[in-house]
Design a protein. Structure first.
Length: 368
């Protein structure tokens, strides 16, 4: 037997053995997690192997993962691995959804915050919102984002930002990530962005619910705990206004903030049933997919390791858990924690299944 054939058979045996060890619950938990990987556009062999086993439902790309010559091909490798895995058939059996696509996302907001540096939208949200025709500019930005993302084999965008900033040079405004300092200004640009992008089958994500626009310049949840002492009436009248309009327009996904809003709860919004199940789903009627912000964020330092945080987020009503620490191990820690919580009854099985259905529905509608 030739060395090449021997190597091929060994890899095949490893893949089949891994698949055999994966239960339905392992595979379904993997569909709730977005993995990340370091250094280059090439996903490590470990991630490809896990994807072939059905344990990975999607990935997030950062700047170091974007290369004009290789990223699309690398993502095609992951998508092929996913299609050959047990996951699509299991999702069809569990949710009735056929042709559930592999999820590839990134942050292509516009201006300074865009992972595809050569791609659209070149204008920042603030520039779009301040243009002579914000609706037209927003629509162009959404179409441009979709075209750029599809060129790199992405089918979802963690944008647009729906935060309503309060003061110039505060956290959201400093990087020009907000369309404006009133709900109306945000809505008139963000809704056309969403409609245009999703019209090209690239899922949009409104963030950061219920709103980070009142955060001061140094109040960065990626780095530290943040508390926003707004009244509930102000949050509902100002910060939630864009979500009401975006949900009505068919927004596919919402990312929750890691800030604490004492008017409703003492826990970060993304770990709060009151904010997610009560306010977002109950009061605002959102029926799409919820996704966490980065689970390694400094704002969560009091909530245990990545696995513990993920379980708390899932309990609160978060469907997709974002393992964005640029390593495959983080995603695996989260997946195993979710599986353990489901098996021990710490997570509600019916709620988990409902979340799986929402994820499958969204992933059916996006471009391959």
């Amino acid at each position: 037997m030739s060395p090449i054939l021997r190597s091929f058979l060994a890899v095949t045996h490893l893949i089949l053995a891994t698949q055999a060890l994966c239960s339905d619950i392992d595979i379904l938990a993997g569909q709730h997690i977005v993995y990340s990987f370091p250094s280059s556009s090439q996903p490590p062999d470990e991630l490809v192997k896990l994807t072939r086993a059905g344990l990975v439902g999607g990935v997030i790309l950062f700047g170091e993962n974007v290369d004009a010559n290789t990223t699309a091909t690398a993502m095609a490798t992951l998508k092929a691995a996913y299609r050959s895995s047990p996951a699509p058939a299991l999702l069809k059996r569990k949710t009735g959804r056929d042709d559930v696509h592999f999820f590839v996302t990134t942050d292509q907001e516009g201006g300074k915050v865009r992972r595809i540096k050569t791609g659209e939208p070149k204008l920042s949200a603030k520039q779009i919102g301040a243009s002579a025709d914000p609706a037209a500019a927003g629509a162009r930005a959404g179409a441009g984002a979709a075209a750029s993302l599809k060129e790199y084999a992405c089918n979802a965008n963690l944008a647009p930002v729906l935060d309503v900033y309060r003061n110039a040079s505060d956290f959201t405004d400093y990087f020009e990530r907000s369309f404006g300092n009133t709900s109306r200004m945000v809505v008139r640009a963000a809704v056309p962005f969403i409609k245009s992008q999703q019209g090209d089958r690239v899922a949009a994500c409104g963030k950061h619910f219920p709103g980070l626009g009142a955060a001061s310049h140094d109040a960065n949840t990626d780095e530290q705990p943040v508390s926003l002492g707004l009244s509930l009436s102000e949050i509902r009248d100002v910060d939630e206004g864009p979500y009401v309009a975006a949900i009505k327009a068919g927004l596919e996904m919402v990312m929750a903030s890691w800030a604490v809003y004492p008017a409703m709860d003492t826990h970060p919004a993304g770990l709060s049933e009151k904010w997610i199940k009560g306010e977002l789903r109950g009061r605002l009627g959102f029926k799409g997919v919820t996704i966490t912000d980065a689970l390694e964020a400094g704002a969560l330092r009091a909530y245990g390791d990545a696995g513990e945080r993920a379980v708390l987020a899932a309990k609160a009503g978060m469907d997709i858990l974002l393992a964005s620490g640029r390593n495959v191990t983080q995603g695996e820690v989260i997946r195993k924690a979710v599986v353990k919580a489901l098996r021990e009854g710490a997570l509600n099985g019916e709620e988990f299944d409902a979340a799986t259905g929402r994820i499958a529905s969204t992933r059916c509608g996006i471009v391959v």
